[in-house]
Design a protein around this ligand. Sequence first.
Ligand SMILES: Cc1cc2nc3c(=O)[nH]c(=O)nc-3n(C[C@H](O)[C@H](O)[C@H](O)COP(=O)(O)OP(=O)(O)OC[C@H]3O[C@@H](n4cnc5c(N)ncnc54)[C@H](O)[C@@H]3O)c2cc1C
Length: 388
Amino acid sequence: MTEKVVVLGSGYAGAGVIQSLQRSLDSGQAEVTWVSDVDHHLVLHESHRCIRDPDVREHVTIPVKDIKSPDVEFVQAAVTGIDCNRRVVELEDRALDYDYVLVGIGSQTAFFDIDGLEQHAHTLNCLDDALTIHDDLERALEDATPEDPAQVVVGGAGLSGIQVAGEVADFRDERDAPVEIRLIEGLDEIFPGNDESVQSALRSLLERRDVSITTGEFVDGVDQESVRTADNREYDYDVLVWTGGIAAHEEMQDAELEKSKRDLRFETDDRFQTSDERVFAVGDAAVIRQDEDEHAPPTAQAAWQAATVAGRNVARAIEDKPLKDWTHKDKGTVISVGEDAVAHDVYIIPFVSTFGGLPARILKKMIAVRWIRDLTDTPTALSAWSKM
Ligand SMILES: Cc1cc2nc3c(=O)[nH]c(=O)nc-3n(C[C@H](O)[C@H](O)[C@H](O)COP(=O)(O)OP(=O)(O)OC[C@H]3O[C@@H](n4cnc5c(N)ncnc54)[C@H](O)[C@@H]3O)c2cc1C
């Protein structure tokens, strides 16, 4: 019997699962339907480049038709829910039956009920978000003067917030524009939870680029003009970007599956199965259990590694074979601050765990270009080199 497999999302998880299924399934074994609200894969971990230069968009969007094989059906639609009892994925105007569904629709920004935040802040989850931030920056510049510069505030100093602040600094410097940039982090150091060496390398790079850093202050409220922190400091803004956390998409919250208490993302075991064995989840949409109380991190790197095994596991489930478990392998991180970058735990230089300068810059470009090549071809990837 031909099984129906539905894959949701065209990010690292969704695109990775599609490629894995294409390699793992025998012809005629399953009908694969791929659903996403956009008709491309977005290289989200380089999307911040579009804040400085919107033309980067053509290099960080890869059409789904260049990723999928002809026998995979693609449906461009927003998923509005999953009914596990009826085994259907709900779309805005119809429903799709499944035997197995693989959820890879990423996450949405968490606002933690902070007063006014959702209403006034930009988020960065898709291409349109990056382009809207760019447009808002341009608008802020119209009234900015050296005496009264445009104020850009970025809330949350994880991977996204740091890279956004760095990109805004490049935007400012390329135009010699009057812009002040502030990065606010509630915890005690930027890039929280990471090694001190990478935190201080990033801090010094940001400060050298004239980004003011405020740590240990939680954002408590936002109005049309300013951000207020818990200890009652106020920072005026013209452009506010919030990258302070992730949570499950609202559309998934009614699904009758076990979810993490913290952010309602689907909990899975290390084989990507949720509490319903027909529903797999991978990437930022999932909290994937590792050893003891450990979970895989919400990164592009983890989503892609996981997707390869998750696709194979769906094929194995169809064949009634035991599923393979997966352990995340941290291959290190390279974080951009505009044109500059800091690499950590990559180990291409013997005994050096954190480095910047030209090697880190080239590495950051290589990671992006290799990624694009894996999904397309070498000429397409090389054409992106100068924009990354
Ligand atoms: C600015 C920025 C920089 C980052 N830098 C790094 C980095 O340097 N290294 C790193 O490892 N990670 C980085 N990350 C994190 C990384 O991008 C995410 O962890 C990764 O994108 C997760 O992959 P995913 O496939 O789960 O989700 P996503 O990549 O978010 O993909 C989700 C997909 O689902 C689709 N979708 C969403 N909602 C619906 C719906 N209702 N219906 C249908 N389709 C839907 C989306 O269009 C998209 O195709 C960065 C993130 C940002 C924002």
